[in-house]
Design a protein around this ligand. Sequence first.
Ligand code: PAF
Length: 279
Amino acid sequence: MKIITTIEELRDQLSGQLRTAFVPTMGNLHEGHLSLMRLARKHGDPVVASIFVNRLQFGPNEDFDKYPRTFQADVEKLEKEGVYVLFAPTEKDLYPEPQEFRVNPPSDLGNTLEGEFRPGFFTGVTTIVLKLFSCVQPKVAVFGKKDYQQLMMVRNMSRQFALPTEIIGAETYRAEDGLALSSRNMYLSQTERAEAPVLFQTLNFVAEEVRAGHLDVFEVEHKAMENLAQRGWQPDYVSIRKRIDLQPPTAGDLAQGAPLVVLAAAKLGGTRLIDNLEI
Ligand code: PAF
């Protein structure tokens, strides 16, 4: 595997490649990321991964400085997956001057759910993803469904800018007890790790209520949030949304059986976890 840090060298290395499959990451790779590499391999060749902890998508009080950086272990994992190039730029390589041009996500999708609780997050994500796409010029790029809203945002951006990159969503990789794998799980204490699967159980509770015909969305969401709070979580949201645009369903949408997804974000101790489940 070639480890490349500069945009110039990356372009040289990938010139003439027409079927590149790309997986952008922020490192601290776990089985979930590796499943994205495997899916990428099915959709293109060569597979290119990136590791870059993108300051632009972190708020001032978020975990940019303490975000786990495990470069050597990540390299070994990617080598085993047969990744052809790892693009691992420094901040100077990617942001040699302040990144003044940024993507401005649409407010309906950009200011709800994660966008409401993490202002600026999707500007940061879409800006870096666009820049990485410009460097790698992939035919396909793979994103996990755990970050459901991010996946939709990137897909919509790619479509609206007519980028030549097809966006592929990968199923969430879960531990045996249901907890979605995430780099941030490593912040959890042993007790918190034992409690953490309750987030996915909560999503299942909501999904079952809705499937059973309980269509008072507000009441179901409220019950789910209250249950989390009683167990010591600090929920930001548990929200039933339409899959098509992540907006709240109207009574008409519910009556017509619009496809739904329930999304949740909650803090357990100091760790903020997100997850979702299609209903
Ligand atoms: O999902 C992530 O790890 C990041 O948001 C991404 C897509 C690599 C952009 O920094």
